[in-house]
Design a binder for this molecule. Structure first.
Ligand code: F0G
Length: 352
């Protein structure tokens, strides 16, 4: 769909030929704004049926998305959105397919990103499919096993960063400026691709009360919120489910901000849930808005609870997922959501 980009901070506008993902005037975050009202389809049969609702580009139609919604044991009040079944075993592929198409369209031959692991894996895979080189900046605290995945599917060059994800992010942005590489990662185009997860869920279940989403950089949760707003504005759903954001108790800047009713501020990560170890979520403010507007909230779960949940998922269903990938299930149990309606827990990744 035709669109323009608007800076969240200074309101500067850019046309769709602007080949950047952050504001050229103030370095603020950009947001994709469509020129016509978005009318998401609720009878899609493939990810690419959403193409008209995505930023106009030269998409290549790779297989992804349309992941199953599995019913958990019990009375059917818990459904699991199996994002582990995407090509690189996490929801990240939805966003990568969109932003790598933009990089190719603008004529770049190299892309760069910062990641806790899964996004780099996905970007390495899609950049190879699009014929682009990729550079990925990863904290030395990241799960080293994910590096094998990244190298096995593409030619990404890995840059180790002494420090956490936010330090890697600064270095990736710096690399993009110096080497004129297209900046990929948690920015506006990825968010658009990740909206499709919520379109699918709302097509798959009609009486949803809780949408439980793990939070790292908060791109997924803000994409879910944007998709629900679009569906509501197009009268495709009557009411938005409550959005519940989940973080590890060793890295919970959003949970703290929600409890203290304060802006989100940096917190040094101390958790084994490496995928969601992000000390300052890029889209934190939008996640806070999602809680407010949907009556949702933020929940913290301990590494111990995550380990137990991961074990339980394997023992009960034979499903492999990583610690960050089962955070939504741990939150469902901990926050007593069972008593109050029908929930979807996003099983976000399986790279262990
Ligand atoms: N679950 C998994 C498995 C992830 O890899 C991530 C994020 C999230 C949840 C949270 O999503 O960042 O949009 O809030 N991983 C990023 C990465 C940070 O680099 O792979 P988010």
């Amino acid at each position: 769909m035709d669109y323009y980009l608007k800076c969240n901070r200074c309101n500067e506008k850019y046309g769709s030929s602007y080949a950047g993902q952050i504001c050229g005037s103030c370095s603020g975050l950009l947001e994709v704004q469509y020129k016509k009202k978005v009318r998401p389809s609720l009878d899609a049969e493939s990810f690419w049926d959403y193409e008209d609702q995505l930023p106009k580009s030269q998409y290549r139609h790779y297989l992804l998305g349309m992941t199953p919604l599995a019913r958990a044991h019990g009375d059917g009040s818990l459904l699991m959105k199996m994002e582990t079944l995407n090509p690189t075993h996490s929801f990240k592929d939805r966003g990568s397919a969109v932003e790598l198409a933009k990089a190719a369209e603008y004529g770049f031959d190299e892309v760069v990103c910062a990641s806790t692991g899964n996004m780099a894996y996905s970007i390495s895979y899609y950049s190879k499919l699009y014929g682009l080189r990729s550079q990925v900046f990863i904290s030395t605290n990241a799960n080293k096993d994910k590096i094998n995945d990244i190298k096995s599917v593409g030619d990404a060059q890995v840059h180790w960063v002494k420090g956490d994800f936010n330090k890697a992010l600064a270095q990736a942005e710096d690399y993009s400026r110096k080497h004129k590489a297209f900046l990929t990662g948690d920015y506006c185009y990825r968010k658009e691709g990740q909206k499709t997860l919520a379109y699918e869920v709302m097509q798959q279940v009609h009486d949803l009360t809780h949408f439980i989403v793990p939070v790292g950089n908060a791109t997924l949760i803000s994409g879910v919120y944007k998709a629900l707003r679009e569906l509501k504005a197009a009268n495709k759903i009557r009411k938005m489910p409550k959005i519940i954001g989940v973080q590890a108790s060793g890295c919970m800047p959003l949970v703290r901000a929600f409890k203290l009713k304060k802006p989100v501020s940096y917190e040094r990560p101390h958790t084994k849930a490496d995928a969601i170890a992000v000390g300052l979520p890029t889209f934190g403010a939008q996640a806070m808005e999602a809680f407010k507007e949907t009556g949702g909230y933020a929940v913290a779960v301990s590494d111990r609870e995550l380990e137990d949940e991961k074990k339980r998922l394997y023992e009960n269903y034979g499903i492999v997922a990583e610690l960050g990938g089962v955070a939504s299930l741990a939150a469902y149990r901990k926050a007593g959501i069972k008593e109050s309606g029908r929930a979807v827990a996003v099983i976000s990744g399986a790279n262990v």
